[in-house]
Design a protein around this ligand. Structure first.
Ligand SMILES: [Zn+2]
Ligand SMILES: [Zn+2]
Length: 455
């Protein structure tokens, strides 16, 4: 497998003399896996990749794997010249959303108002496929996916072929917001199940390309923005025993000299804690080569369709005004039917009145409230209804306790409404619950409703 970096910057392209060494283009990585060509994201870096593919003079056949649809990951798409020519073939894969289709999202940024060509004017043969957390075989490569902690639904991709594994995981924020994501250097067990799950998805990868946008000093002011730090990337890489960690999605304001320092500090920590781990900061034009070691048998499990609903039902159970306000803001989407209650008795009444939630968002860590909250967690998890607990900042003992009681996930304050929404959307998909978008198109009412609101 061979990896080539065409765009390594996060958020927005940052061209100029001060970023020329690492490069100013946004996310795009080429992975050649045997005869299969994969393109990870289509940020502005994809334009040069397109020119290089056309220069080879052969028809282009590739699989594009989109992490999510934020601008810095799709803005180069309309400028990817191979899309303009008949005879070229693309399969574009990206996260399945409850509210919109993948091709609709890409067409959106090419509307008349924003771009001179529409999506359906592209002459290449383009297929779209939407993914949840799953594994599928593409050519001789196994591709598996895992949800990240971001401000929209985003997928990490793991590509395995010829005995080698590469993971591409951007944009992702630590689940715990702690300087060290694990308990101790001896156990390296993560405090949050989300970090633990990501580490086990990555385990044993030869190359890990991971979001490292902010330094540890910048991060406290960027909590909830959906990005990580080199230190968190190191925690994950060390715990999951990867060969090479590539720091990726660089902060646009980080000039070359500063980025070199970030890289050296990360290398220093790796040398002290995990001497076998190689750490490099991604740079435009950089390539990494992996020899094939053995071609083991690959087989993807059978694909399972989600259960479709015209709307998904969510219960918000909380007491504090702040929590109710932010949750309501996050979940007032027309694909949800939301019931918000500010006492536990009302939750039971709503259930008796036949409101069976697909997901419960539960405030946890309140005085006099927790025994009953625990009961809810235990009962709902027994019925495979995911419960996401919100806990006050810094109270990790509640996080641990919530997981022990059966909570599927814990979100720690402060969090952004979009981050909560993306966690809820991802958990619904993970549980096999999706919104039937055909039904949605015909609906006109289109608003979340409340049965018993907070004060
Ligand atoms: Zn990004
Ligand atoms: Zn993003």
């Amino acid at each position: 497998m061979k990896v080539t970096f065409w765009g390594v910057r996060g958020s927005i392209a940052a061209p100029g003399r001060t970023t020329a060494e690492f490069g100013g283009n946004t996310s795009c990585v080429q992975i050649q896996s045997g005869n299969d060509l994969f393109i990870m994201d289509s940020g502005t870096g994809i334009r040069e990749l397109g020119r290089s593919l056309l220069a080879a003079g052969e028809p282009v056949k590739a699989t594009m794997l989109l992490s999510h649809s934020h601008w810095d990951h799709i803005q180069g798409f309309p400028f990817f010249a191979p899309l303009l020519f008949e005879g070229n073939e693309f399969t574009i894969l990206g996260p399945q959303e409850h509210s919109e289709r993948l091709n609709g999202i890409l067409a959106g940024q090419m509307q008349y108002r924003y771009f001179p060509l529409t999506l359906d004017q592209l002459a290449a043969d383009i297929r779209y496929q939407e993914l949840r957390e799953e594994a599928l075989q593409i050519g001789s490569t196994m591709v598996s996916t895992h949800y990240l902690n971001h401000t929209s639904m985003a997928l990490a991709y793991k590509l395995t072929a010829g005995g080698r594994t590469i993971v591409y995981a951007t944009d992702n924020e630590p689940f715990t917001q702690q300087p060290r994501a694990w308990d101790s250097a001896d156990s390296r067990k993560f405090m949050h199940k989300g970090d633990e799950a990501l580490a086990s998805f990555i385990r044993g990868a030869d190359i890990l390309i991971l979001d490292s946008q902010y330094t540890m000093h910048e991060y406290p002011k960027r909590i909830g923005w959906g990005h990580g730090t080199p230190d968190y990337a190191l925690d994950i890489a060390i715990a999951s025993g990867v060969g090479t960690l590539v720091l990726f999605h660089h902060e646009p304001t980080r000039i070359d000299t500063a980025l070199s320092v970030v890289e050296q500090l990360a290398q220093k920590r790796a040398a002290e804690e995990a001497p076998d781990l190689e750490v490099i900061a991604a740079a435009e034009g950089m390539t990494l080569d992996l020899d094939e070691i053995h071609a083991g048998e690959l087989s993807a499990p059978e694909r399972r369709l989600p259960e479709f609903h015209s709307k998904v039902r969510i219960a918000i159970v909380g007491a504090r005004d702040d929590f109710m306000r932010i949750s309501w803001k996050a979940l007032a989407q027309d694909h949800y039917e939301v019931v918000a209650v500010n006492d536990l008795g009302s939750f039971e009444s709503a259930k008796q009145a036949n409101f069976q939630p697909h997901l419960v968002l539960l405030e946890y860590g309140l005085e006099g409230w927790d025994p009953h909250a625990r009961e809810i967690m235990q009962r709902e998890s027994k019925h495979h209804v995911p419960v996401i607990c919100s806990i006050p900042a810094g109270n990790f003992e509640y996080a641990q306790d919530a997981f022990d009681q059966g909570a599927a996930d814990v979100i720690i304050e402060p969090f952004a409404p979009v981050q909560l929404r993306s966690r809820v959307d991802s958990w619904l998909m993970r549980t096999g619950i999706a919104v039937d978008r055909r039904v949605r198109g015909r609906q006109t009412d289109g608003h979340a409703q409340t049965v018993a609101t907070g004060r």
